[in-house]
Structure formats: C-alpha cells, structure tokens
Design a protein around this ligand. Structure first.
Ligand SMILES: NC(=O)c1ccc[n+]([C@@H]2O[C@H](COP(=O)([O-])OP(=O)(O)OC[C@H]3O[C@@H](n4cnc5c(N)ncnc54)[C@H](OP(=O)(O)O)[C@@H]3O)[C@@H](O)[C@H]2O)c1
Length: 246
C-alpha cells in the first residue's frame, strides 16, 4: 500500500508542526502549508526528509487570498497525486472589541479560520472521496462559549464547528469529518499575547489545573485520523475547561 498523504495548514510551527511530526511518525507523507513561516517550514521538511527522503513537501499560501487557496489545493494534489487527510489547523487569533472591529479583521479572521478550510475541503473533496480519506478541523472550546473580547474569532470557530458537522453529512459515506477543540495549549504570541496573570486565571479554570501540550492535540488528531467509524464529532482536549463552572 502507498503511504497516505496529509495536508496540514499552518504547520510550520507550534501545534500544526507537532501534528505534522506525529502524522509523519505514523507513516504519512506530509505537506506542510505555511504563510510567513517559510524558514521554519523548510527546516522541518529538511529535518524529516533527511530521515526519510521525500516524505515532506512545503507549500506557501496566504489563506486570505482565494486564488492562493485554490492554487494550494491544486499544488497539494500535484505533490503525490492524492490527499488522504486534510487538517485545517491554520488560524489567525487576536481580540476585536465590537465597536472598534473592522471589516479587514472580519475578513482576516473568517478567511483563515473558516472560509479557507471550507474551500480547501471542497477542492480536495474528490481526492478525499477516492482515498476514503478524512478531514480534521482544529476548532476551539470557545466555538461553543464565546470568548469575551474576541467576537469575530468566536464566530469564525463556531462556523468551523458547524462546517465539521455539515461536511460530515455532505462527504459521507466516503469521507469522515471530525474536529478537535483545544483548550489552553500554547499562549498566543506578539500582538495577541496575554499577561502571566491572565494565563494563570485561564489555567485555574481547567479541571486539571494546567495547560495542555501540542502533543495532547496531535494525539487526538492521530486518533481521529486512524479511526474508521467516527464522523461528525468534535473532541474537546481542554483539561476540562469547558466543564468548569465556578
Ligand atoms: N494555542 C492554543 O492554545 C489553542 C487554543 C484553542 C484553539 N487552538 C486552535 O488550534 C490551532 C493551532 O493553534 P496554534 O496556536 O498552534 O495556531 P497559531 O500558531 O496561532 O497559527 C497557526 C498558523 O496559522 C497560520 N496562518 C494564520 N493566518 C494565515 C493566513 N492568512 N494564511 C495562511 N496561514 C495563516 C500561520 O502560519 P505562518 O506562521 O506560516 O504565517 C500560523 O503559524 C488553531 O486552529 C487554533 O485556533 C489553539
């Protein structure tokens, strides 16, 4: 049997890169999509290709640009002629207080978290069907309970949650579509960074009293990818944060 092929968006760094590594360890050929982090993506590919030649390719695209999204899908199909697994992981994330929010922020957050995931799924649907493949969307527990101060992000992730359920129906019976909803895993960087006090307050609201790791998320992704009878489901990997009530 040929090795399956996974396209992971936003996979140069952080959670996406850990998902890429774990799927690669499971025997997948990996397409690492990136936007700004081309050096990190190339470094990851170099490292893994040294261990297993031509097991990783890198594709660059701005998911804010619908032409580039379409080209990304075409180029991904050209890599090895098939896609078995699509991981919609890429995401932009920053606060958008309602009365200061802009259309540009709306487009950026909705495009990267939702619209690109939808059109990549649509463009890759034929190959995914042929391969009896699957889609896994990286959602957020805040798709269900809006994150105060982040309305556009919360709306985009809620859309991605519904997309998971909707495409599970649209693509059945050949393709399974599932989601992973992380809680606190890696703190946001740069403009979206939060203070140590805010970090502690978030961790205090988990039942397990700690942040998770990218490996926790990647293990859930590997589990869903390897299953054969789960579709339309979203697993919260959040240390119990979504159950916290006081
Ligand atoms: N980190 C957490 O604790 C946490 C919590 C809840 C949910 N999640 C979800 O889990 C997933 C991974 O989280 P993360 O924190 O590792 O993500 P991240 O670092 O915030 O973003 C992942 C990648 O998305 C890419 N991206 C953003 N906008 C893009 C655009 N317009 N075009 C192309 N790529 C774009 C970036 O690629 P480049 O660097 O190449 O530009 C970035 O490296 C995300 O979907 C996130 O919403 C994470």
């Amino acid at each position: 049997m040929t090795q399956p092929v996974a396209l992971i968006t936003g996979a140069a760094r952080r959670i996406g890169a850990t998902i890429a590594r774990q799927l690669w360890q499971q025997g997948y050929r990996i397409i690492v999509h990136c936007h700004h982090s081309l050096d990190a993506a190339n470094q990851l590919a170099l490292e893994l290709n040294e261990l297993k030649p031509d097991s990783v390719r890198v594709l660059q695209a701005d998911l804010n640009n619908s032409v580039e999204v379409s080209t990304l899908a075409d180029q991904a199909l050209c890599c090895w002629g098939q896609i078995d697994l699509l991981i919609n992981n890429a995401s932009s994330f920053y606060p958008t207080p309602l009365e200061q929010s802009t259309e540009q922020q709306w487009d950026d957050l909705v495009n990267s978290n939702l619209k690109a995931a939808y059109f990549l799924s649509a463009k890759l649907a034929a190959s995914l069907r042929q391969q009896q493949g699957s889609i896994i969307n990286l959602i957020d527990i805040h798709a269900q309970r809006a994150m105060p101060g982040y309305p556009i992000y919360s709306i985009a992730k809620a859309g991605l949650q519904m997309m998971t359920i909707s495409l599970a129906k649209e693509l059945a019976p050949e393709v399974r579509v599932n989601g992973v909803a992380p809680g606190p895993i890696l703190w946001p960087e740069q403009d979206a960074a939060i203070s140590p006090e805010e970090q502690r307050a978030i961790v205090d609201k988990t039942l397990l009293k700690r942040a998770g790791t990218p490996e926790d998320i990647a293990q859930a992704v590997v589990f869903l990818a390897s299953q054969t009878f789960i579709t339309g489901q979203i697993i919260a990997v959040d240390g119990g944060k979504s159950l916290y009530s006081h």
